[in-house]
Ligand binder design. Structure first.
Ligand code: C5P
Length: 223
């Protein structure tokens, strides 16, 4: 009998631009299937935050790589603990999203996070959301989804999320920031955001979360 390896554990990879609804959709798909969930963007946000606290510039690849490698982080349900501090809300702030996309351009930072991301592949399965889940981290994912939505509807969703959390926000500033981040994510040389061949493309501009979740579950059932 061939022993079971982590490669036998199914992965659903959900990639797409910022605020496309990936996080919410991926979590619901994971809940529905009883799978684990990886929010890979949170890792880049954590590197953004940890380096900010140490006064390290997002341009300093040499100093950022060890921070990424040695992040002392615990994922506790929907809470994220960094060095014994609950940073769940801090990493969601727009400033940390921007820093995340700046640290994410560095190959050494990306490389330092590979093993940590793959360790989330546990039975009975994993739903992983990010930018390079299908293209780099889980190239053998059984179901690959590229989720997107128009920039305007993504800015509006982000606006509502921030207001609901009690943060102040300006929709025009959000829209510009989101376009800048799309540009950086899609044009960097290391693991740029793109839909891989064989990925199911889902434009959620006029879809509800439930519709998107159901569509992904249907694709996954067929695989
Ligand atoms: O998904 P989220 O908005 O939290 O990601 C923050 C930033 O982290 C993205 O703009 C992107 O630059 C980076 N990221 C990445 N690769 C991933 C996940 C996130 O480069 N797999």
């Amino acid at each position: 009998m061939t022993p079971t390896t982590s490669l036998d554990i199914p992965v659903i990879a959900i990639d797409g631009p910022t605020a496309s609804g990936k996080g919410t959709v991926a979590q619901k798909v994971a809940e529905h299937l009883g799978y684990h969930y990886l929010d890979s963007g949170a890792l880049y946000r954590l590197v953004g935050l940890a380096s900010f606290k140490k006064g390290i510039s997002t341009a300093s690849e040499q100093e950022l790589a060890p921070i990424a490698k040695n992040l002392s982080v615990i994922f506790q349900g929907d809470r994220i603990i960094l060095d014994d501090e609950d940073v769940s809300d801090q990493i969601r702030q727009e400033e940390m999203g921007r820093r995340a996309s700046e640290v994410a351009i560095h190959p050494m930072v990306r490389q330092a996070l590979v093993t940590r991301q793959r360790a989330f592949r546990q039975k009975p399965g994993l739903v992983a959301d990010g930018r390079d889940m299908a293209s780099v981290i889980f190239t053998d994912a059984v179901t690959k989804v590229y989720l997107t939505a128009s920039a305007e509807s993504r800015a509006e969703r982000r606006y509502k999320q921030l207001i609901a959390k009690g943060f102040s926000a300006n929709i025009q500033v959000l829209l510009q920031d989101l376009r800048d981040r799309d540009e950086r994510d899609a044009n960097r040389s290391s693991s740029p955001l793109k839909a891989v061949e064989g990925a199911h493309c889902l434009d959620t501009t006029s879809m509800t979360i439930e519709e998107a979740v159901n569509q992904i579950l249907k694709w996954h059932q067929v695989n």
